[in-house]
Design a protein around this ligand. Structure first.
Ligand SMILES: C[S@@+](CC[C@H](N)C(=O)[O-])C[C@H]1O[C@@H](n2cnc3c(N)ncnc32)[C@H](O)[C@@H]1O
Length: 330
C-alpha cells in the first residue's frame, strides 16, 4: 500500500527528494512509508514499538536527527506544540524541501494557514481526509516562535517535554489513583505506562518499596521520568509494556494505561496492559489501575484475576483493584 498523498505528490505533483539524506519526523507504523527512498532516510521517532518494527524492516531509526539532510518530511503528531517544534527542527536541518503531511484531526489546516502567513507554501494535495504540502524558502528564523524548549516545569516541580502525555499538568485520573493507593504496596512494584513519572514519585514515598520498574514506550517521557524520579530504587525501561517481562515476580502493579495510540479509542491496549500486569505479578500480587469510566476493562480483569473490585471513582474515572492473578504461565 502506498501513501495516498505522498504517492500523488511524487508521481504528478512535482515533489522530489533529491539525492541526499531525508529526515522523516514522526513516522508511525500505521502510515505507509513505501514511497520514501528507504536507503537515504533516517526515521525520527521515540515510540518504542514503532522503533523496533522499523528497525526490523531495515530502516535507520533515531530518537533525534543525526547529521545533515537535503530534505525532510514531517508526519504531524496530534500535539500542536510538538508538531510546530518538529517543523521548526525540520526546516533548520534540511537544505531542501520540507514536506508536511497530516489529517484534519491532526490540525493540518491550521498549520497550513499559519505557514501561509509567513511564506510561500507550494502544491497542497488534499486527499483521504488530510493534506500534504511542502515548503522550500523558509528559514528557522521564520519559525523561531515554534521552537519548543526541550523541557518545561509544571506543578510540583515536575519536568515534561512537548507531546508527552499530560505535558501541561498532572492528569486528574492519575491524581485520583494516587489518592486511592494504600500505604502498603509490597517490595517490588512496576508502573506500566509510567509517562514522566507522576505515579512513580508517589509510589516511592513508601519506604517499604524496594524496587520500582518504570515501563514507558515514549522516549521523551521516560527521559523526563529519569529527571523527575531521582531514586536508586527506580529502574527505567524504554519498552513496550504489552510485551514487557519483569526480572522477578512483582508484589504490585500500578497503572493508568493508555487507551489510544492514534485518534481512535483502542481498549485492547489497556487490556494488553492488564495481561502484562497479571503475567508479572506473584500469586499474592495486586493491581491498582485507573481508567475512564466508559472503558471496558472489567471482563479482561475478571479473566485474569479472581478478585476484582472498584475501590474509588467519580463520574469520569474509576479506580480498579485486582488480586489473585489467575496463573496461565508467564
Ligand atoms: C494515560 S498515560 C499515564 C502516564 C503516567 N503514568 C501518569 O500517570 O501521568 C499512559 C502512558 O502509557 C504510555 N504508553 C502508550 N503505549 C505504551 C506501550 N505500548 N508501552 C508502554 N507505555 C505505553 C504513553 O506514552 C503514556 O505515557
Amino acid at each position: 500500500m502506498t501513501h495516498p498523498r505522498l504517492s500523488l505528490a511524487l508521481a504528478a505533483g512535482g515533489l522530489a527528494f533529491g539525492d541526499g539524506r531525508v529526515a522523516v519526523f514522526g513516522p508511525r507504523a500505521d502510515v505507509s512509508l513505501r514511497d520514501l527512498p528507504q536507503a537515504r532516510c533516517q526515521l525520527i521517532t521515540g515510540f518504542k514499538p514503532d522503533v523496533d518494527l522499523f528497525e526490523q524492516q531495515g530502516w535507520d531509526v533515531a530518537v533525534a536527527p543525526e547529521g545533515a539532510f537535503t530534505a525532510a518530511m514531517v508526519f504531524l503528531p496530534r500535539a500542536k506544540k510538538l508538531a510546530k517544534a518538529m517543523i521548526h527542527t525540520a526546516v533548520a536541518l534540511s537544505a531542501g524541501p520540507v514536506v508536511i503531511d497530516g489529517s484534519k484531526n491532526e490540525g493540518v489546516d491550521s498549520l497550513l494557514k499559519d505557514l501561509r502567513k509567513r511564506g510561500v507554501v507550494e502544491n497542497v494535495i488534499s486527499k483521504a481526509h488530510g493534506k500534504l504540502f511542502w515548503i522550500t524558502g523558509f528559514t528557522a528564523a521564520d519559525l523561531a516562535d515554534w521552537q519548543a524548549p526541550e523541557r518545561q516545569e509544571i506543578d510540583e516541580g515536575f519536568e515534561t517535554a512537548p507531546g508527552v502525555f499530560s505535558a501541561d499538568g498532572i492528569d486528574p485520573a492519575s491524581r485520583l489513583l494516587v489518592s486511592a493507593l494504600p500505604d502498603k504496596l509490597g517490595k517490588h512494584v512496576a508502573d506500566l505506562g509510567a509517562g514522566w513519572g507522576y505515579l512513580a514519585r508517589n509510589i516511592l514515598t513508601r519506604e517499604k518499596v524496594k524496587t520500582l520498574a518504570l515501563v514507558e514506550s515514549d522516549h521523551a517521557a521516560i527521559t523526563c521520568a529519569q529527571a523527575n524520579v531521582r531514586d536508586d530504587r527506580a529502574t527505567f525501561h524504554w519498552a513496550d509494556a504489552t510485551a514487557w517481562r519483569s526480572e522477578r515476580l512483582l508484589d504490585a502493579v500500578i497503572m493508568n494505561p493508555p487507551f489510544h495510540t492514534g485518534r481512535a479509542v483502542e481498549p485492547q491496549l489497556g487490556q494488553a496492559f492488564i495481561a502484562t500486569a497479571a503475567r508479572n505479578l506473584a500469586q499474592s500480587g495486586q493491581l491498582w489501575m485507573v481508567a475512564n469510566r466508559h472503558l471496558p476493562y472489567e471482563t479482561t480483569l475478571a479473566e485474569r484475576f479472581l478478585d476484582v473490585k472498584e475501590i474509588a471513582g467519580d463520574n469520569r474515572f474509576k479506580v480498579l483493584h485486582a488480586a489473585r492473578p489467575r496463573r496461565s504461565g508467564r
